[in-house]
Unconditional design. Structure first.
Length: 475
């Protein structure tokens, strides 16, 4: 069972060849063997087995909740799960048990998915390595001396290591696509508004999206279809038809126009460039029409993102005050001291850095010079994509500038880490869908992914290209 795709597991369940209990047991065993990866913050063994028993009963009575009934899944620990610890990998939320479910999670439960546990991440999803986690870093299953990427590194590692067949993550500036690329799995960040963020702990609200991880394009698409849709609890969610389930993905791309942005190859590792070029050739062989495009403001994406994301974070994280929820510094008499001490003790270094940066960018006298300017820059990036999508239907580019690097190698240099996000953050600034598909390995055996991006709500186009790549590369 371990190593099978979700579609294969569904077929086994439907033919009564296995039970959900057996599947869940197999994954729990694998998780137990691979504890050193630190992919999970919370493992739900007893709960998962109980749920699996219920699922088996439903299947026996021929009343499954959906075709997914009994399939295990891992959930990033910034997605609220009622009655289950949701820490955001932060000291300030280390004991937080949400009284409600995130909509995306509730939809999984309604379909009969079984949660195996909550996965590790960078604290409040701020980072690209999981090294800022209060619970220590996750290790890359391909090479445990390397980072798995982040912030959804726990989810990516869990899927790669067969500690879950599929998983949820969140992507504010690349947090699904980058770890998917570094671990060698499929990761999708849908269009902004596609999936409700109700119950996703907010980092930067104009950028955050929930998305999926899997070993195959179709599995990642199917889970995404389950969690998609408008939600009255999230005013930014949009009612659009969910038109991209696995049964509609053909991998046919004849006549499709592929754009290759020249700016996305600057400073990128040679082996990654070569891998992407190979993919482009394969797509051409399958009948796609490939041409070079320009996304001229790409170089500005990092400063724009790190002003907007930190500004929004400084506001969103104001709620952790030691009064309403989360950690409270003990024995403090004055309210102001309570705020200060709680935040001083509860937040990690990177989170504090971002709150300070964001507060500065929003403060009077600097607002126009930094935050407002960043918003204007964001408009230019959106225009850049709108223009590009007049010339092409799907953009193909690298995801990252390097393959997985060593744990501890870059964490002392935040600017270097921020710069490394250059290829993923523009899709969030523009709100368009993006994904990473594993396509190759470098000479050290480390995974290389290719990034696809499409127009708003054109996930289907992107998924067809992804399927074409999976079919021809067979990775
Ligand atoms: N690496 C980026 C950051 O640190 C993106 C994180 C994310 O997408 N959550 O902000």
């Amino acid at each position: 069972m371990i190593g099978k795709s979700m579609q294969e597991l569904i077929a086994l369940l439907e033919s009564n060849a296995v039970t959900s209990v057996e599947i869940v047991q197999a994954f729990l065993q694998e998780m137990n063997h691979k504890r050193e990866l630190n992919a999970y913050i919370t493992v739900l063994d007893d709960e998962a087995l109980q749920q699996a028993q219920q699922s088996d009963k439903r299947r026996k009575a021929e009343k499954p909740l959906s075709q997914f009934d009994g399939i295990p899944i891992a959930i990033k620990d910034n997605i609220c799960t009622q009655g289950i610890l949701t820490t955001c990998a932060s000291g300030i939320l280390k004991n937080f048990i949400p009284p409600y479910n995130a909509t995306a999670y509730q939809k999984l439960l309604n379909a009969g998915f079984i949660v195996l546990g909550k996965t590790n991440l960078d604290e409040f999803a701020m980072g690209s390595t999981t090294e800022t986690s209060f619970f220590g870093p996750t290790k890359n299953p391909v090479d445990i001396t390397k980072v798995p990427g982040g912030s959804s590194g726990g989810s990516a590692a869990a899927v790669k290591a067969c500690c879950a067949p599929v998983a949820l993550g969140s992507d504010t500036g690349g947090s699904i696509r980058q770890p998917a690329s570094l671990c060698g799995v499929v990761g999708i960040k849908p269009t902004y508004g596609r999936v409700s963020r109700y119950g996703l702990v907010a980092f930067a609200s104009s950028l955050d999206q929930i998305g999926t991880f899997a070993n195959t394009v179709k599995d990642a698409a199917d889970v995404l279809a389950v969690i998609s849709g408008v939600d009255r609890c999230d005013a930014t969610s949009i009612a659009m038809p969910v038109d991209f389930g696995s049964d509609t993905i053909t991998g046919t791309i004849k006549g499709l126009r592929i754009g290759v942005p020249r700016e996305y190859f600057n400073g990128v590792d040679n082996q990654i460039v070569q891998a992407v070029e190979t993919v482009i050739k394969q797509l051409e062989l399958k009948g796609a029409i490939v041409h070079t495009i320009s996304l001229q403001y790409t170089d500005y994406a990092v400063p724009i993102y790190y002003l907007i994301a930190t500004a929004e974070a400084s506001s969103n994280l104001g709620r952790y005050d030691g009064v309403r929820y989360g950690y409270r510094s003990p024995n403090i008499a004055k309210l102001k001291d309570l705020y200060t001490k709680t935040r001083q003790e509860g937040f990690g270094k990177e989170v504090k850095r971002r709150i300070i940066l964001g507060t500065f960018a929003l403060s009077s006298g600097y607002y126009d010079a930094y935050y407002l300017k960043a918003l204007k820059g964001r408009r230019l990036i959106i225009d850049d994509f709108n223009k590009a999508f007049e010339e092409c239907d799907c953009i193909v580019a690298p995801v990252t500038t390097t393959t997985a690097f060593g744990i501890g190698e870059k964490i002392a240099d935040p600017l270097a880490l921020y710069m490394a996000d250059i290829l993923t953050i523009s899709a969030n600034l523009a709100g368009i869908p993006g994904m990473s598909v594993p396509v190759a390995e470098d000479t050290h055996g480390l995974p290389i992914g290719v990034q696809l991006m499409a127009r708003h709500f054109n996930e289907m186009v992107m998924l067809n290209v992804a399927q074409a790549i999976e079919d021809s590369i067979g990775h």
